[in-house]
Design a protein around this ligand. Structure first.
Ligand code: TXD
Length: 319
């Protein structure tokens, strides 16, 4: 059987980290694409030279030509610009929408059978636009945010309870923005509801509220500390888990920005929901019961996503 092929559109901080992780895991051969000339080729060469040390077999190449992504099984899109301190994700809309148009056309013309994972911000709007521009089926285009947001939530919960991150199952719904909805009622420490664990450990409800707030602002906290660019290790790791779920037909339930039609009272937009990912791409969206408060929070988040979609339509008449 031929090796799988993974194309990374955008070879910046996340793209480079994705390439390294995918190579280490021997997920397949890797193509780094970027508009910057020389940079993807340079990174590909550097990463190839990790092979003898780490002992992986993966052909890693860099390119500025979309023809080289032909036959890709998975494409992960990070092309665009990241936030600078003080910027919101939405400030990136105008620039990154144009980038999604070019990328969508590149995918449509060269690798229409791929499973596409979009990472570019503002995520929920960009994954929608990328799907529109590429014309791929909705189940083959998904956005990565929820795996990262729930990993952030899990990290903070593990620190608070002084327990292993391996035992934390943290649940986040909604758009990838300041309105995202960390759902405490579905978050557990090895099956023990977080609220019960808080009682056992004497953690105040106000402290849990602070953890929820820190999760929501988790990306901005890193942007501010880095001073230049945004998080990349955990975002790349998150997208790799989604790619593995697809390539391995794992049927994992991962919080992903998926196309929702009907469920959660939503109609035809991408937003973060628990999603079954397997060989069929996004195979199903799991609709969970929400409290009135959680549902109200989800509505706020969805409204923020809808506003961005309207803004996209205003900027590009083909949408
Ligand atoms: O949870 C999430 N979804 C995210 C999203 C978490 C963290 C960061 N997130 C977003 O990912 C971030 O806001 C950005 O929109 C993307 C990529 O972040 P990264 O840190 O990798 O940005 P870089 O290092 O600037 O890399 C972007 C690359 C850069 O090399 C550009 O030359 C390239 O994108 N680029 C393009 N490539 C191909 N085609 C076009 N048109 C293009 N334009 C820029």
């Amino acid at each position: 059987m031929a090796r799988k092929k993974i194309a990374l559109i955008g070879s910046g901080m996340i793209g480079g980290t994705l390439a390294h992780l995918a190579a280490k895991k021997e997920m397949g051969d890797i193509v780094l694409f970027d508009i910057a000339e020389g940079m993807p080729q340079g990174k590909a060469l550097d990463l190839s030279q990790c092979g003898p040390i780490e002992g992986f077999d993966a052909k890693i190449t860099g390119t500025n030509d979309y023809a080289d992504i032909a036959g890709s099984d998975v494409i992960i899109v990070t092309a665009g610009v990241p936030r600078k301190p003080g910027m919101s994700r939405d400030d990136l809309l105008g620039i990154n929408l144009k980038v999604m148009k070019a990328v969508g056309e590149g995918i449509k013309n060269n690798a229409p059978d791929a499973f596409v994972i979009c990472i570019t911000n503002p995520l929920d709007a960009m994954v929608w636009a990328l799907r529109e521009f590429s014309g791929l089926p909705h189940n083959k285009v998904v956005g990565m945010a929820g795996v990262l947001d729930s990993a952030r939530f899990a990290t903070f919960l593990a620190w608070e309870f002084d327990c292993s991150v391996k035992d934390v199952n943290a649940f986040v719904l909604g758009g990838h923005g300041d309105t995202m909805v960390p759902v405490l009622s579905y978050s557990t420490i090895n099956g023990i509801p977080v609220k019960d664990m808080a009682k056992i450990k004497g953690v105040a409800t106000s402290r849990l509220d602070e953890i929820v707030a820190r999760t929501r602002a988790g990306g901005g906290e890193i942007v501010k500390l880095l001073g230049n660019g945004s998080a990349y290790y955990a975002p790349a790791t998150s997208a790799i888990s989604m790619a593995e779920a697809y390539l391995g037909d794992q049927k994992r339930i991962l919080p992903s920005a998926s196309y929702v039609e009907g469920k959660y009272g939503l109609d035809g937009l991408y937003v973060g929901v628990p999603t079954v990912i397997g060989a069929g791409g996004t195979e199903d969206v799991i609709e969970i019961e929400l409290s009135d408060e959680e549902r109200a929070n989800l509505t706020v988040s969805v409204d923020a996503v809808k506003e961005l979609l309207e803004a996209c339509k205003g900027l590009d008449s083909s949408l």
